[in-house]
Design a protein around this ligand. Structure first.
Ligand SMILES: Nc1ncnc2c1ncn2[C@@H]1O[C@H](COP(=O)(O)OP(=O)(O)OP(=O)(O)O)[C@@H](O)[C@H]1O
Length: 851
C-alpha cells in the first residue's frame, strides 16, 4: 500500500500526485508536468537507476522536506516506457487533461493508461496468460493484444504449464492463491486478481462481444471462459480508451495439432537455444518469412504441427505448388517483402495509438494486399490451402483510397501538430488555409498602407510568440506615429505598437490556425472510424497473408536447400535416408547424414557410443525432422517416409530444469514420469541418457525398466541414447528393440568420430579417450587408466562391469533358489544327475559371462 503523509500541508500538485499513487500503488507513476513526465519519491530512485536519469528534488510543501524527482521529456517518453516495461515494471501514465494556461486552479489530470509487461501492445509481444483454477482443473486463456489472438481451454495442472510455455507470455494473471509456480519455467510478471474480477470480466466480455453464453463462442462450459473474462477486463482496465482490437475468444484446439511437451520445445531448441538465443534455434534456420504475420505463423506451427495426415498433405501440396511455380513464388515474395505488419497496425488503430504515419503504412499495406490479390486471382491456384487464403484476402482498396485522398503522404509524427489532411478534402479547411496563406500577403499590404499613411519608410510589421503582431518604428520617426497606434514595448532604438486593425487580423489568423488543427483532428477521427468499421475484414486478410507467407517460406527454403518432400503415412514408421539436422548442420561443417529405420517391428532404437559420438544430435534429428514433416515442410534428406505422430516427448539435456528447485535426478524422473503417463502408442519419444543422475546400478535398472515399460505398455516409437551397454541386452528379449551405435575408429590410440549410425551395440564408452581429447592433465589421464586397468578388462568401461555384476548376482540367487527348491525325497537318481548337470552348466555360463 502506498503510504502517504497527511495531504494537508502538501503542495496541491503533490497532493494530486498522492491521490493517483494511492490508486496505482504497484505502478511507477509517470506524472505529466508541462513537457515532462516526472517520477517522484521511490519511483524517482527507480527511474534514476533503471533509466540513468539525473535525480533532482523539489519542495513538497510548507515546512516540509524536498522530495526526490526525475523526469523524461514527453516527446521521447515511449523509449523510456519501453525500457521500464521490458525490465518488468508496470507504468501508469498520468496525463494533463487540460491546457495549463486555461486551467482554473490545479490542472485536471487522470491516469489514462497502465502499461504492463503483457499489455504493451505497440511492441511485438507475447501477451498474457490468465489462469483460473478450480480443484484439479486449470482454466487458462491466452490473449495477445498485439494481434488480437484470444484462445482458452480447460487443462490439468501439467497441461496448464504446457499451455503457458507454448505461448511464453510476458505476464501471467492468476486467481489469488492459485498454486501455479510458473516462475520456475518462464520469466513473466505475476499479477493476482480477486475472484470477483473474473465474474465481472465475464459479464463485460459477454456484453462487449454481444453473446449470452459460452456455447455461442464454441465453448463447452462457461468455466472455460472465466479466464477470458479476467484477461479481457484486465486489458480494458489497464488500457482504458486505448484497448486494442481483440478477436472473439475461441477454444484452444490442441487436438488438431501434434502435442509438443515443453521439454521438447526447450530440448530441441525450437524457438530459442538453451541460453535463450533466438538466432540459434530451429526457427531461425528455417525462417524465410517476410512479414510479421508470417513469422508469427511459422513460430506457431513449429509448436503446433498438424496432426492429421490429410492436413499435412494439404499443406504439402500448397508448398509444392509454389515450388513448382517458381516465378510466381518470387513475385509473391517481392510483394510480401514490402508488406507492413497489418495485424499490429490494426491493434494500434483500434487502441487509439496509431499515429498518422501508421495510417499511411496501413494504406501501403492495403494497396499491396489489393495488388497481391489481383495478381493471384489472375493466375489462380490449384491447391486447396492456397485457394482458401486467396478467398480470405479481401479487396480493401477503398479504405486505402480513402486514406490516400484524406491524408498527406508524409504526415507529421503527432496527431495534433496539424498539416496531415490533404487540400480539397474539406471546404472549410481549404478556406481557412487560404486565409492563412493570404494572411502574409494581407499583413504586407497593411504594412505598405501604414508606411504611406505615416510617411515612415522604415516602419515594419513583425511577429513573435509572446507579443503576437506588432508595428515597429525607430526612435527618430516616433514623432510621425499617429494617435491610434497603441504602444506595446520600448526597445533601445525603437518602439513597438499595435492597432485595432492589426489586432483583428491577428485574431483571424490565430483562430484560423486553431480551427484548422481542430478540423484536421475531426477529419482524422472520422477517417479512423471508417477504417475501424473494416477492422475485422483487415484482420481476416492479415491472417491469410500470414498463411501465404508461411507457405512461401517453406517453399523457398525447400528450393534453396534442395530438400525433399516426405511421404506421409498413418503407418507407425519413420524411415529417413541421409537425413540431416537442419540446426546442427547449419553450424557444423561436414555434417554426416544418417539413416533412420523405425517400423512397427523395430519400434525402439537404443543408441550407444562414446561421448561426443553424435548420439544426442542423432535422436534430436529424428525428432526435428518428424516435427517438420508435420508442418508440411520438405526435409533435408534423400528420402523420407514419416508416419504421423500424436505427440512428441523429449527428455534431453541436464540442468535445464534446475530452476524447478528439485535435484537434477528428481527432475529427470519427474520428466520421465510425465512422459510415461502421457505418451500413447502414436507418440514419438526421445530419451537422452536417462538415469545418469543417480548411481550406475540404479541408472541401469531404471533405464531398462523404462524401456521395458515402453515396449510392453506404450508401444510408442522411441529413440534412446545411452552409455549403459547393459541396456543393449534388451534386444534379445524384445524383438521390437534394436541396437545401434555411433561408429568410431581408433587410429594409434586416438579416437576418430565417424558420426555414422551403425547396427549393433558400441564397444565401450571410451570416456578416458574423450577426456584426453578434451585436454585433461596428463597426470589425471594416466591415473584414470591405472584405475581402469585394475578391472583388467581393457576397453570395457566400469559401467559395463558393474552392470554385469548385478546381473550375475541375480543369476547366482536364482541358482541357489533352485538348489533350495529340490525335493530330494522325491527325486530319482536319474533326475538328480540331470539336475546336477544343468546346475553345472548354469554355473559355467555364469562364470564365462564376465567378458
Ligand atoms: N552427424 C554429425 N556429423 C558431424 N558432426 C556431428 C554429427 N553429429 C554430431 N556431431 C558433432 O559432435 C558433437 C557431439 O555430438 P553429441 O552431443 O550428439 O554427442 P553425444 O554422443 O550425445 O555425446 P555425449 O554422450 O557426451 O552427450 C556435436 O556438437 C557436433 O559438433
Amino acid at each position: 500500500m502506498w503510504n502517504t503523509p497527511s495531504d494537508d500541508d502538501l503542495t496541491p500538485m503533490l497532493s494530486q500526485y498522492h491521490h493517483f499513487k494511492r490508486l496505482y500503488p504497484d505502478c511507477l507513476l509517470l506524472f505529466r508536468l508541462g513537457d515532462f513526465y516526472e517520477l517522484f519519491y521511490e519511483d524517482a530512485h527507480i527511474g534514476s537507476k533503471e533509466l540513468g536519469l539525473v535525480l533532482t528534488s523539489r519542495p513538497s510543501g510548507k515546512g516540509r522536506e524536498r522530495i526526490p524527482m526525475c523526469g523524461v521529456p514527453y516527446h521521447s517518453s515511449s523509449t523510456y516506457i519501453n525500457r521500464l516495461v521490458s525490465k518488468g515494471y508496470k507504468v501508469a501514465i498520468c496525463e494533463q487533461l487540460e491546457d495549463a494556461s486555461q486551467a482554473k486552479g490545479i490542472v485536471k489530470r487522470d491516469v489514462i493508461r497502465v502499461i504492463t509487461p503483457g499489455t504493451y501492445f505497440e511492441k511485438e509481444l507475447s501477451g498474457l496468460v490468465c489462469v483460473y483454477n478450480k480443484g484439479k482443473k486449470y482454466f487458462c486463456a491466452y490473449l495477445n493484444p498485439s494481434t488480437g489472438e484470444f484462445v482458452a481451454g480447460a487443462f490439468s495442472k501439467e497441461q496448464a504449464y504446457e499451455f503457458m510455455c507454448k505461448f511464453s507470455p510476458k505476464e501471467v494473471l492468476l486467481k489469488k492463491g492459485t498454486d501455479f509456480e510458473f516462475e520456475k519455467l518462464i520469466k513473466a510478471y505475476r499479477t493476482e486478481l480477486d475472484e470477483d474480477y473474473f465474474t465481472e470480466g465475464l459479464r463485460v466480455l459477454f456484453k462487449d462481444f454481444n453473446v449470452y453464453n459460452s456455447k455461442a463462442l464454441g465453448f463447452e462450459s462457461q468455466e472455460e471462459l472465466i479466464p477470458c473474462g479476467g484477461a479481457y477486463l484486465y486489458l480494458k482496465n489497464t488500457q482504458k480508451s486505448f484497448t486494442p482490437f481483440v478477436k472473439k475468444p475461441r477454444p484452444y484446439a490442441d487436438e488438431g495439432y501434434v502435442r509438443i511437451d515443453y521439454r521438447a520445445r526447450r530440448g530441441l531448441e525450437l524457438l530459442e537455444s538453451y541460453e535463450g538465443r533466438e538466432d540459434i534455434s530451429l526457427f531461425s534456420v528455417i525462417n524465410r518469412t517476410l512479414t510479421g504475420m508470417g513469422k508469427r505463423r511459422l513460430k506457431f506451427h513449429i509448436l503446433h504441427p498438424f496432426r492429421s495426415k490429410e492436413r499435412i498433405l494439404k499443406m504439402q501440396s500448397a508448398v509444392e505448388e509454389l515450388i513448382n511455380r517458381r516465378e510466381l513464388l518470387l513475385q509473391i515474395r517481392e510483394i510480401l517483402e514490402d508488406m507492413p505488419d497489418l495485424e499490429r497496425l490494426t491493434s494500434k488503430i483500434s487502441g487509439n495509438l496509431a499515429t498518422p504515419k501508421d495510417f499511411v503504412l496501413l494504406k501501403k499495406a492495403l494497396f499491396l494486399l489489393a495488388d497481391l490479390r489481383e495478381k493471384l486471382m489472375n493466375v489462380g491456384f490449384s491447391s486447396e490451402v492456397l485457394k482458401e487464403q486467396l478467398q480470405d484476402m479481401e479487396d480493401l482498396r477503398d479504405i486505402a483510397l480513402d486514406i490516400d485522398t484524406t491524408l498527406v503522404d508524409d504526415p507529421p509524427l503527432h496527431l495534433k501538430e496539424g498539416g496531415l489532411i490533404k487540400d480539397g478534402v474539406h471546404p472549410e479547411l481549404d478556406h481557412l488555409r487560404d486565409i492563412l496563406r493570404n494572411s502574409e500577403k494581407l499583413v504586407k499590404e497593411y504594412e505598405e498602407k501604414l508606411r504611406k499613411e505615416t510617411n515612415i519608410q522604415s516602419l515594419k510589421i513583425g511577429y513573435n510568440r509572446v507579443m503576437g503582431f506588432y508595428i515597429e518604428v525607430t526612435k527618430p520617426n516616433l514623432k510621425h506615429v499617429p494617435k491610434y497606434f497603441k504602444r506595446r514595448q520600448t526597445l533601445s532604438n525603437s518602439e513597438r505598437f499595435i492597432t485595432d486593425e492589426l489586432s483583428l487580423m491577428e485574431e483571424k489568423i490565430l483562430s484560423a490556425q486553431t480551427r484548422i488543427k481542430d478540423l484536421e483532428y475531426e477529419i482524422f477521427l472520422e477517417l479512423k472510424e471508417r477504417v475501424l468499421s473494416k477492422v475485422e475484414n483487415i484482420a481476416k486478410s492479415a491472417q491469410a497473408i500470414g498463411y501465404l507467407d508461411y507457405i512461401q517460406s517453406l517453399a523457398y527454403l525447400a528450393l534453396e536447400q534442395g530438400w525433399k518432400k516426405p511421404i506421409i503415412t498413418d503407418e507407425k514408421v519413420i524411415e529417413i535416408k541421409e537425413g540431416k539436422h537442419p540446426l546442427i548442420c547449419a553450424f557444423v561443417k561436414d555434417y554426416v547424414p544418417n539413416d533412420t529405420h523405425i517400423t512397427e517391428d523395430e519400434l525402439i532404437i537404443v543408441i550407444t557410443g562414446p561421448n561426443m559420438a553424435g548420439k544426442s544430435s542423432y535422436i534430436r534429428q529424428v525428432a526435428v525432422l518428424t516435427l517438420m514433416a508435420h508442418m508440411g515442410s520438405f526435409l533435408p534428406c534423400e528420402y523420407a517416409r514419416i508416419g504421423t505422430v500424436s505427440s512428441l516427448h523429449a527428455r534431453i539435456g541436464s540442468g535445464d530444469m534446475l530452476a524447478l528447485g528439485v535435484s537434477t535426478f528428481m527432475n529427470e524422473m519427474l520428466e520421465v514420469a510425465s512422459i510415461l503417463n502421457s505418451a500413447d502408442e502414436r507418440s514419438l519419444i526421445i530419451l537422452d541418457e536417462v538415469g545418469r543422475g543417480t548411481s550406475t546400478y540404479d541408472g541401469i535398472a531404471l533405464s531398462k525398466a523404462i524401456l521395458e515399460y515402453i515396449a510392453e505398455n506404450i508401444k510408442a516409437r522411441t529413440l534412446i541414447a545411452t552409455h549403459y551397454l547393459e541396456i543393449t541386452k534388451l534386444e534379445e528379449r524384445f524383438p521390437c528393440i534394436k541396437n545401434y551405435h555411433m561408429a568410431i575408429s581408433k587410429n594409434q590410440d586416438k579416437l576418430l568420430f565417424l558420426y555414422r549410425l551403425t547396427r549393433g551395440k558400441a564397444e565401450g564408452s571410451f570416456g578416458i579417450e574423450v577426456a584426453k581429447m578434451a585436454g585433461l592433465p596428463e597426470k589425471v589421464i594416466r591415473r584414470a587408466e591405472e584405475i581402469l586397468s585394475e578391472y583388467q578388462v581393457p576397453f570395457l568401461e566400469k559401467v559395463y562391469i558393474q552392470s554385469v555384476h548385478i546381473e550375475k548376482e541375480h543369476k547366482w540367487q536364482e541358482i541357489l533358489q533352485h538348489i533350495e527348491s529340490i525335493d530330494i525325497a522325491h527325486t530319482t537318481p536319474l533326475q538328480a544327475l540331470m539336475i546336477l548337470s544343468e546346475l553345472k552348466e548354469r554355473v559355467k555360463t555364469l562364470k564365462e559371462s564376465l567378458i
